[in-house]
Design a protein around this ligand. Structure first.
Ligand code: PLP
Length: 410
């Protein structure tokens, strides 16, 4: 199916007889199995195809890591672990998920400000790579290593002086809570030569959700050049260089899928240069949303349909409590609609303009505003596309004490 609704991002998804299909089954069939009026479904084939396409486009020596934060459903993490070269985690529970996924501990890395003592102890004991984010974290790791006789594998997360232009969320450049400022590193790096610490490389992560391929290419090149400069101060050769990512997916009208060509060209140059200048370094990207975001949908049943002063409202079983991002309350400045359809009436010919609202008693609980869709009734399904990342786990399930959505891998 190509969703022809005007003003929406084009989405290709299987369908038959006007019904969206999930692993060959209708929404009603999946809902009956789950016993749920609201669920997320993630498609293995789409994730597999995305990873394969990315590998075809990029130089073969560039490793791909999955950032578990994007979607931590255990079965999905296990599936992704079978496709990628490493997993990046940002909490102790994500680390446990990664370690249970079948990925070898040596290929798991742990970033994030505010790692506590127990987080660090468990990470050292597991033998994963810790992306250190502050001088204090380094001291704590040295202390843990001294106490336990273990070695802490560390990479330094660098807060570069440059920013990722056009990113949805910026996580590098200027004053940031993430990483250590590049200016501080010439003095700090030589001090990492001490018992119990093993320096392995650098982690650069500038931002998220960018659809500007040339800006991403530029930040990858700037990041590589910075790592190369910093390597001169490092106490050991760089074994691991995490170049970040930030590759975005289209959500809103007018947005187009990312053109990988400029990114591939930049990585080609980087890989060629690194083969000479940092021969021991494994290079990789860490990606969340780009790998899983387009593989997932959120479906919720329509509970009511009402008209208020000439405007039609469809009220759904779940809303912002299940899908905060689609409601526009997860970092959007101006609210825009995610791509939505009536999943069991894709080909309905009677179109109408509606607002889709969740069940919560707050005007924030919006799934779509002013969308033109086939006429729908209670019992029908609203489907929100581009929902495989930052959906379930990024939503305030406790708000208004409504039932949780289900999740299924198809
Ligand atoms: C959030 C995050 C990611 C994943 O970002 P996506 O936009 O999902 O690709 C990767 N690395 C770090 C350090 C992050 O904080």
């Amino acid at each position: 199916m190509t969703n022809k609704a005007i003003d929406q991002v084009a989405i290709d998804w299987p369908c038959a007889d006007g019904q969206l299909l999930l692993g060959g089954r209708t929404l009603d069939a999946v809902a009956a199995e789950l016993g749920s009026d609201a669920f997320y479904a993630y498609d293995r084939g789409r994730m597999e195809a995305r990873v394969a396409a990315l590998r075809r486009a990029l130089p073969p020596c560039i490793g791909l890591h999955y950032a578990v934060k994007a979607n931590p459903l255990p079965e999905l993490v296990t599936f992704m672990a079978s496709l990628v070269d490493g997993l990046d985690v940002a909490s102790r529970r994500e680390m446990q998920l990664a370690l249970n996924s079948g990925m070898r501990a040596a290929s798991v890395s742990y970033a994030g400000p505010g790692k506590g003592m127990q987080d660090l102890r468990d990470a050292v004991a597991a033998g994963i790579l810790i992306n250190v984010e502050s001088p204090r974290e380094i001291e704590r790791l040295a202390q843990i290593a001294a106490e336990t006789g273990q070695t802490a594998r560390i990479a330094v997360r660098v807060n570069p002086a440059f920013e990722l232009r056009g990113a949805g969320m910026r996580m590098g450049g200027g004053a940031k809570p993430f990483g250590i400022d590049e200016e501080a590193l010439p003095a700090l790096l030589p001090t990492l030569q001490r018992p119990g610490l093993r320096f392995e490389g650098f982690h650069l992560y500038c931002g998220s959700q960018s659809l500007n391929a040339s800006a991403i290419a530029e930040s990858l090149q700037q990041g590589y050049a910075l790592a190369l400069r910093l390597a001169a101060w490092a106490p050991a050769p760089v074994l691991s260089l995490n170049l970040g990512g930030g590759l975005g997916i289209p959500y809103f009208p007018g947005e187009r899928p990312l053109d990988l060509a400029p990114i591939a060209a930049a990585l080609d140059k980087i890989a060629t240069d690194a083969a000479m200048q940092m021969p021991q370094a494994r290079l990789h990207l860490e990606l969340g949303r780009y790998l899983v975001g387009e593989a997932g949908i959120y479906a919720t049943r329509i509970v009511d349909r009402k008209v208020s002063r000439g405007e039609t409202f469809l009220i759904t079983a779940g809303g912002m409590n299940h899908h905060l991002a689609a409601s526009g309350n997860l970092g959007q400045v101006i609210r825009k609609n995610y791509p939505v359809v009536i999943g069991n009436r894709l080909e309905g010919s009677e179109l109408e303009r509606v607002h889709i609202h969740g069940p919560l008693c707050t005007p924030l609980d919006v799934l779509a505003q002013g969308v033109v869709l086939p006429r729908a009734e209670p019992g029908d399904w609203v489907v929100v596309f581009q929902s495989g990342a930052y959906g379930y786990s990024a939503s305030p399930h406790g708000f208004l004490s409504q039932p949780l959505p289900s999740e299924i891998l198809t």
